[in-house]
Design a binder for this molecule. Structure first.
Ligand code: NAP
Ligand code: MG
Length: 404
């Protein structure tokens, strides 16, 4: 069979530990035999970030801006223990944070669903994608432990000298105080990324806040979403037969549980932090969660939602062949390849990506899976728990059948 060609390169960001091992094996077993893989390679592994003073991360993010589509392996976010383990000159920042800041994007997380592993919520038939606004609010707040009686005020001084001043609370005893903010520029980027992604994936978009209580703060989110929707996206949504739906956050959680899935749920920063863990756990396994960063101007960075699976890596270093689940990392590749194909009008590439996804799902549905899934399996055949290499080989067999 002739290998599929790629006209535009994909930005490839390699990573750390067990996922770095998976990365190489996925490429060798499932990609390189079938595609003339055209990537611009950035090694975001911790040793290379140390060597380049983290410039490599910035370069990779800028390349994503230029080429439009990237695929990223999980990377270590250093803590003190990692500083010692890797003899780092500094505690480098999270690569995901750096990339997100440069792309100004929103992260969308969705589970890979297979028959035989059912969500805890019985009505869920299709994936629920969570979009989390990853800027501001309580994550950038100023807090104060109020020591005793005294007046707390909210003060704003404009550049023109105008002021706004209001009492927050006249404390009669000790307490707590918090000041938080967000910016129109960030909220509108978030909104555009969400509308864009809804169009890309042809799914309804839900958004919810507590605007009845937070009449300025949350209401501004609601208003900006509506304004942008009406001005820029309404007709595109209508043409695709998808809807934008705003409701109160309390109403949203009830509706989500009763729903069949198949929509995007946009959340403010804190709601997204909490709800994404709830939704992903209810769908099954962290190893089955995909993640894509989408910028408001339509740049895409695909990855797995999980980390570098350190515990498995230490076993691997001792010579074991761990049963680490490569599904989310594989789907990061297929997501990026399909998007590249779509943008370049390269149908063969997009078709290949979809066939590879189907082959992977079919493998699990046939009862062949990694250990983490075997524990969740409710299929008719008994589950055959295999190691990562055996699993990738089983996918390859099915992929070859599909490719004829
Ligand atoms: P983790 O790598 O996600 O792994 C936590 C546990 O979840 C694993 O020990 C494993 O459980 C299970 N697990 C996760 N992915 C799996 C997979 N593909 N197959 C099978 N089991 C899987 O989280 P962590 O151990 O907290 O973090 C490790 C490193 O990853 C840290 O240095 C962190 O900074 C980094 N991290 C990076 C990203 C990213 O780049 N996006 C995200 C999160 C964390 P068992 O051990 O019970 O089998
Ligand atoms: Mg969290």
């Amino acid at each position: 069979m002739e290998k599929i060609k790629m006209s535009t390169p994909l930005v490839e960001m390699d990573g750390d530990e067990m996922t770095r091992v998976l990365w190489k094996e996925i490429k060798e077993t499932l990609l390189l035999p079938f595609i003339e893989l055209n990537t611009i390679y950035y090694d975001l592994g911790l040793p290379e970030r140390e060597r380049t003073g983290d410039q490599i991360t910035v370069d990779a993010a800028n390349a994503t801006r230029e080429y439009g589509v990237a695929v990223k392996c999980a990377t270590i976010t250093p803590n003190q223990q990692r500083v010692e383990e890797y003899k780092l000159s500094q505690m480098w920042k999270s690569p995901n944070g750096t990339i997100r800041a440069i792309l100004d994007g929103t992260v969308f997380r969705a589970p890979i669903m297979v028959q035989g592993i059912s969500p805890v919520v019985k009505t869920w038939k299709q994936p629920i994608t969570i979009a989390r606004h990853a800027y501001g609010d309580v994550y950038r707040s100023t807090e104060y432990r109020v020591p005793g009686p005294g007046k707390a005020e909210l003060v704003y001084t404009g550049q023109d000298g105008s002021t706004f001043r209001q009492t927050v609370y006249d404390f009669e005893c000790a307490g707590v105080l918090q000041g938080m903010y967000n910016k129109d520029s960030s909220i509108t980027s978030f909104a555009r990324s969400c509308f864009q992604y809804a169009i890309d994936t042809k799914q309804d978009l839900w958004f919810a806040t507590k605007d009845t209580i937070s009449k300025q703060y949350d209401h501004t989110f609601k208003d900006l979403f509506q304004e942008i929707f009406d001005q820029e996206y309404k007709s595109k949504f209508e043409a695709l037969g998808i809807t934008y739906f705003y409701t109160l956050i309390d109403d949203a959680v009830a509706r989500v549980i009763r729903s069949q899935g198949g929509f995007i749920w946009a959340c403010k920063n804190y709601d997204g932090d909490v709800m994404s863990d709830m939704v992903s756990t209810a769908f099954g396994s962290l190893a089955m969660m995909t993640s894509v960063l989408v910028s408001p101007d339509g740049k895409y960075e695909y990855e797995a939602a999980h980390g570098t699976v350190t515990r498995h890596y230490y076993k691997y270093l001792e010579g074991e062949r761990p049963s680490t689940n490569p599904m989310a990392t594989l789907f990061a590749w297929t997501g990026a390849l399909a998007k590249r194909g779509e943008l370049d009008g390269n149908q063969a590439l997009t078709d290949f990506a979809h066939k590879l996804e189907q082959a992977a799902i079919e493998t699990v549905e046939a009862g062949i899976m990694t250990k983490d899934l075997a524990g969740l399996w409710e299929g008719e055949t008994s589950a055959q728990s295999v190691n990562t290499s055996e699993f990738l080989q089983a996918i390859r067999t099915r992929l070859e059948q599909r490719l004829g």
